[in-house]
Design a protein around this ligand. Sequence first.
Ligand code: 3HC
Length: 678
Amino acid sequence: MTSPIRTERHDNVLVVISDNPPVNALGQAVRAGLKDAIEQALSDDSIEAVVIRCDGQTFFAGADITEFGKPPVGPNLPETLDAMEASDKPVVAAIHGTALGGGCEVALACHYRIAVPSAKLGLPEVKLGLIPGAAGTQRLPRLVGAEAALPLVVGGNPIPAKKAETIGLVDAIVAEDSLEADAIAFARSKIGQPVPRASEGKANEDGVRDPDLFDRFRASQARQIRGFDAPNAAIEAVKAAGELSYADGVKKERELFMKLMTGTQSAAMRHYFFAERAANKIDDIPRDTPLIPIRKVGVIGAGTMGGGITMNFLSAGIPVTILEMAQDALDRGTSVMRKNYENSAKRGRMTMEAVDKAMGLLTPTLSYDDLADCDLVIEAVYENMDVKKQVFAKLDSVVKQGAILASNTSYLDIDEIATATARPGYVVGMHFFSPANVMKLLEVVRGKETRHDVLATVMKLSKTIGKVAAVSGVCPGFIGNRMLSKRQEQANALIMEGANYWDVDDVLLEFGFPMGPFQMGDLAGIDIGWHRDPTKVTTIREALCAVGRFGQKAGKGFYDYDEARNRTPSDEVRAIIADFATKEGKAQREISKDEIRERLLYPMVNEGAKILEEGMAQRASDIDVVWINGYGWPLYTGGPMFWATTVGPDKVVAGLERHGLPVSDFLHNKAEAGRGFD
Ligand code: 3HC
């Protein structure tokens, strides 16, 4: 097999080039090739400097994640990088694309780093439940200081080359089209000078002078890192870089890295990494299916949903024509969008110039005729089949042939909606989650007649607008809401049987959800769908509305809220629930948190199994992608189906049976076969 590493001589400079598509991951052959190349450079007196660069779209994007969990084959990355750094001849990293994880660690082991302006550098290992494992946590703080290193190692978000230059991670920025030549010239200019080694840097002393730095940083990140193991380990490792010798710091990093690598959180997050990428692929649709160009989008409805959907396209530079029935609703929707953008600008997330640019792409209209030349129209109108059918019939008559007509419905039958048109092949579900400009998930609903090119286009478009997409078949509630309804059913039943509603919420919070079902109800508004007749009370929600407990916006719902929106359980609500239970003859008993957890989560797994059995999801991991991105299922458990595998399907079945809840054949079979969901 030919090595992915080749070398080219430029007089006294050896250029080492990696060609390992798609992302130049640092697999065994790459590591071996790099090590050999360094040895070649060191043993050849006519070579006085080395440049390391990559072919293709990017500099090394990290360790090869597919090798994780398999028996290691040498040379390992740390020893390869140590050999590189030990060289007395200057070694220069020439960076384009993304230098991530192990790739950033390669750059750190080089004596100098030069980059093109579009390059990004980062240590995203925390996103895989890990910390850098090739001395990144030890070299980086020594090079740039603990304060600058912490956000990189703990947050895991890459930074642009310019920012990297500001903190001292990059030595020079060069033109996009002359990286190699500039790197060679740079390397030559350093010949004969003592090489600077990151492992010998002193910048980490900022953390020694100000040891509280680490606690302050931890406190500032408390919300983002709640429940995750890796960020705390990352802080510990960076702290160790100030407290220990380099050799001991590296040992500490290795210990922390190995503990995380063998834990379930990292397994779950690695599962998710591949799950997200798999979810964008549709098994029976060839990858080279020609796409429908989407140059202009139409959105029907300028309410919260329609506005949020619109912003996704505007932010991606795609013009949108937005339609409403009345001028005041249109004006209101437009001004909310502008305000949202301006708030982002105030928080420094975008410039005012970008706000104007995005809003400049928006055309508000009251006329369907203005949608005629759109390539895609998404309706976000009232959830009612007759209304949707009228909208689709109208769209079919005005929008050009070959354009995609999409519905944002969260549970209606896309196939039935498609019958209102003469182009059912061009009808598809695009189910966004509120707030649609923020939430990552896009549930793409495949009708029985939806064409391949329509689906392929929507999947590609989801990436353009920064969404994570997963495909669902047509069934009530699709993947996400179908499973949510099972959880809600149990939440309601539990409080009627005597469980405290705040215990139900707390169980989910403790599991890692951002909030529980009753908090969620308060946030969304208890009065959604409320008939406004306090004399007709048939549900607990109606009883709460009847006494003005509409949710957070009213200062009270299931909970009482203070001005800072802190919640306290309410005696009034407890009495309302108890009253209901008595009326329905439900015996009250104390219910343990274990039972609450099992009854909330196991029926979701069972529903997920049914969704798979019916072919409504392509793969179990798509269900995980839906729940992590659309409903706040904690990433570090890998999503409901991966989590069920770690719990054991036999335990899930036993739990469901213990609580008298149904078990699908599919789940039974998994349990009997002793297998998880794959
Ligand atoms: N190892 C193995 N495969 C990888 C990989 C990696 N590090 N990074 C990406 N891939 C694969 C993807 O699975 C995908 O495969 P597919 O086509 O079969 O689905 C393919 O490469 C292309 O990836 P993307 O679809 O993500 O391509 P993009 O162009 O959208 O993004 C990227 C490119 C920004 C590099 C993105 O792939 C990415 O973020 N990769 C992961 C980076 C990372 O986490 N690095 C750290 C690894 S851990 C580490 O280095 C430990 C060290 O400290 C010891």
